[in-house]
Design a protein around this ligand. Sequence first.
Ligand code: HEC
Length: 202
Amino acid sequence: MSINIRRVLGVALTVAASAAFAAGAQKATFGFGATPPETELARFFSPLPDGRGLPKGSGSVAQGKTVYEAQCVACHGENLQGGIGDRLIGGRGSLVNTDPKKAPVKTVESYWPYATTLFDYIKRSMPFTAPDSLTSDQVYAVTAYILAQAKIVPDDAVLGADNLAKVRMPNRDGFVPDRRPERFPAPANTPHQSLATAPAAK
Ligand code: HEC
């Protein structure tokens, strides 16, 4: 995603200015920048596994097929088998096996623990050559299409901000807490509590 420095600076200054105002100080003016409109602020989002922070919108598997065929198929293949881009589906159950000759096949289907991550990743970084060019509805739709091709959701699914977090990914329980001693401050003592303790999925 390309970052517009002026826009980021504008937001930062606006936040700083309103904080100063709220603290009772005289309203600061800097002679440049503009208050970002809601539509612009909506582009800053950070979804969590439980669905908080997902942008508004929704899309169906059928709509996602159209998006996929126009925007993704060239790199990820007609059957999502990969090519220039990664293979997206298959490999379920291949990550844990005792046969040293059988390589694990890591895909969205076999590896990713949360469907919200899939939305977030596509929205921020795909299509590879034009990241951030799809609307949220298009991204929900293509997310639904990939999950349907992986047989994780039915072919008539409509996924959006209200139900994406309810999708149960096959490898949801494949991640275990690292039992080695914690070298960082306990979560309660860090300013990044929300990152240190991911909430349980609904
Ligand atoms: C120009 C080629 C290209 C196009 C078009 C493209 N991708 Fe990708 N995609 C890639 C490449 C390359 C990667 C690997 C990027 C990396 O590892 O940093 C990738 C990675 C991904 C991944 C992560 C896979 C994983 O397991 O890590 C997803 C999901 C994905 N793409 C979805 C999409 C979707 C959905 C579209 C269409 C909206 C799309 N891509 C369009 C090239 C492309």
